[in-house]
Write a protein that binds this ligand. Structure first.
Ligand SMILES: *[C@@H]1O[C@H](CO)[C@@H](O)[C@H](O)[C@H]1NC(C)=O
Ligand SMILES: *[C@@H]1O[C@H](CO)[C@@H](O)[C@H](O)[C@H]1NC(C)=O
Ligand SMILES: *[C@@H]1O[C@H](CO)[C@@H](O)[C@H](O)[C@H]1NC(C)=O
Ligand SMILES: [Zn+2]
Length: 491
């Protein structure tokens, strides 16, 4: 009986691999084709195309509106981009997964060649030929060189750059989506609750995950807060840069530092926050860690829900590539992995998806109401619909993949130089981010408490169990957190 089951399981895996190969090989071609379609469409509608990451990296990065960027990289160093816009010159990290995403066929044949050449034993170790370049060279960043191009660009191209139209034709231009353009402050949209006056002892900052919004917290946590909590603390839930009602600049690369600086500017500075608790979900956990290590003395507690932490094996040079393959394995099943793979690997296909759902979000919201689909709450859908492709694409690569080399350092800082409590919640059946990720965090920070929430997934770790979760949160904020609450605790 067990034999039959394991045989059928293996069969399922084989089917998944085979179907995935066919589907993703087709998507590779489709994405190439869409590249030309969008070039033509952008040129016709905006009379200028914003270069995509299919083109040479230099050209793509150079395309930011209202300024110019130059990609520079040293041997073995993470890629850096020098951005030059009207008022700022800064070094920013971009992920190499933005411009280096080999098609599946090439990937598979590369792996085969590697296996054959290893098995064959010939060729002499350490020899790299142009036909079969050595592995190290291939995992590097192809075609990236700092050259006289930079000098050329400094001289000529910066002057006279036209700002990108905002919103772009493929983005939504409704009132909600463009509300940020009316304000001059250009800070994040923040939903606050709780005490009105400053000078309270502690504040709480909520950071949502990928393609979500502040309503992920304001619709779940806020209504369940106790009166005591509401009268003694202030609560701030942000819409991240490029998401919800926050600004969606077309000249941003949505890097980790841009996201974090916007949170600092819009919450810490604006509301004079001195010490605070952080609660974050999914991708927001990376931002929470980055924020925490910048303010180690101010953080009272860190609560992470499903943190996407994939430790990179030692000796792996292509860290971002490694993480991208973990997050987006190019498999058709489970469905959530399929979605993540489309979003990460295909710039133009994901732009098309965004064109269909984000640009038409009012239609989808109307249909949702009309058909009264109550199983998916409206606020989740809204978070899913309200962003630009530019924001989602860059955030996914620059924050999730591009930070692969940094998170270890953040966690070391949390372990060694910070005293705050670290609590992690993870749905037992989370199909997007495996439970292993949370245990990996705990391996780096042994004082972190991991709570496996039984039978729940990536979303229902909070949605649907709001009251229980808020009670746990308030205990954490109170510092009176007793060890076992709702679900077993691992250590
Ligand atoms: C907690 O929040 C949920 C979702 O907003 C709501 O349905 C529920 O009534 C709230 N519970 C309490 C006790 O307020
Ligand atoms: C974390 O901190 C503890 C106690 O300070 C220390 O014993 C441990 O080695 C640290 N762990 C890591 C992974 O650095
Ligand atoms: C947190 O502390 C406040 C006052 O110190 C208390 O009223 C409240 O019941 C506590 N909440 C929890 C969940 O422990
Ligand atoms: Zn809109």
């Amino acid at each position: 009986m067990a034999l039959v089951r394991s045989a059928s399981l293996a069969f399922g895996v084989v089917i998944n691999v085979a179907v995935s190969f066919v589907v993703f090989s087709f998507l590779d071609l489709l994405d190439r084709a869409l590249c030309y379609v969008y070039r033509a469409a952008d040129y016709m509608i905006e009379s200028e195309w914003k270069p995509c990451y299919c083109s040479s990296p230099l050209e793509a990065i150079d395309g930011g509106g209202g300024g110019s960027s130059i990609l520079v990289t040293g041997q073995g160093e993470p890629a850096k981009v020098v951005r030059l816009s009207s008022s700022r010159l800064q070094l920013e990290d971009v992920s190499d997964t933005l411009y280096s995403r080999p098609p599946l066929v090439a990937d598979v044949s590369k792996a085969t060649i590697r296996r054959l050449s290893r098995g064959g034993g010939g060729g002499g170790s350490g020899s790299c030929s142009p036909v079969r370049p050595c592995h190290k060279a291939r995992t590097g960043r192809p075609g990236l060189r700092v050259s006289s191009d930079i000098v050329e660009m400094l001289k000529g191209r910066i002057v006279g750059m036209k700002p990108q139209p905002s919103p772009r034709w493929s983005d939504c231009s409704c009132k909600v989506c463009t509300s940020w353009t009316a304000s001059t402050a250009k800070s994040l949209f923040v939903r606050s609750a709780g005490a009105k006056a400053a000078g309270m002892e502690e504040d709480v900052i909520f950071i949502h995950g990928f393609i979500s919004s502040s309503r992920f917290w304001s619709e779940t946590v806020y209504p369940n807060l106790s009166e005591t909590a509401k009268s003694t603390r202030r609560f701030f839930a942000v819409d991240l840069l490029g998401f919800g009602r926050s600004p969606r600049p077309t000249d941003s690369l949505y890097t980790l530092s841009e996201h974090v600086e916007m949170i600092e500017k819009s919450v810490l500075d604006t509301h004079k926050v001195k010490s605070f608790h952080v609660v974050a979900h999914s991708l927001g956990c990376i931002l929470a860690l980055a924020l925490a290590v910048r303010h180690p003395q101010s953080v009272k507690s860190l609560t992470l829900l499903a943190p996407p932490y994939y430790p990179v094996p030692e000796g792996e040079v292509a860290k971002s590539q490694y993480v991208m393959r973990k997050v987006a394995p190019r498999r058709v099943w489970p469905l959530i992995a399929f979605g993540a793979s489309i979003a990460s690997w295909y710039e133009h296909i994901s732009r098309t998806v965004c064109l269909l759902i984000c640009k038409n979000h009012r239609l989808w919201e109307f249909l949702h109401k009309l058909l009264s689909i109550n199983s998916i709450p409206m606020f989740l859908l809204e978070g899913f619909f309200c962003h630009t492709h530019d924001a989602a694409w860059h955030t996914l690569h620059n924050v999730i993949c591009g930070t692969a080399g940094k998170i270890d350092g953040y966690l070391d800082t949390v372990n060694d130089s910070m005293k705050c409590e670290v609590n992690i919640f993870h749905g037992e059946h989370d199909e997007l981010i495996p439970l292993e990720c949370s245990y990996n965090v705990q391996r780096k920070v042994p004082r972190a408490k991991v709570r496996v929430v039984e039978k729940e997934d990536h979303i229902t770790v909070l949605v649907g169990r709001e009251k229980a979760f808020v009670t746990e949160l308030e205990r954490i904020w109170n510092g009176s957190d007793s060890s076992v609450i709702n679900g077993h605790q691992e250590s």
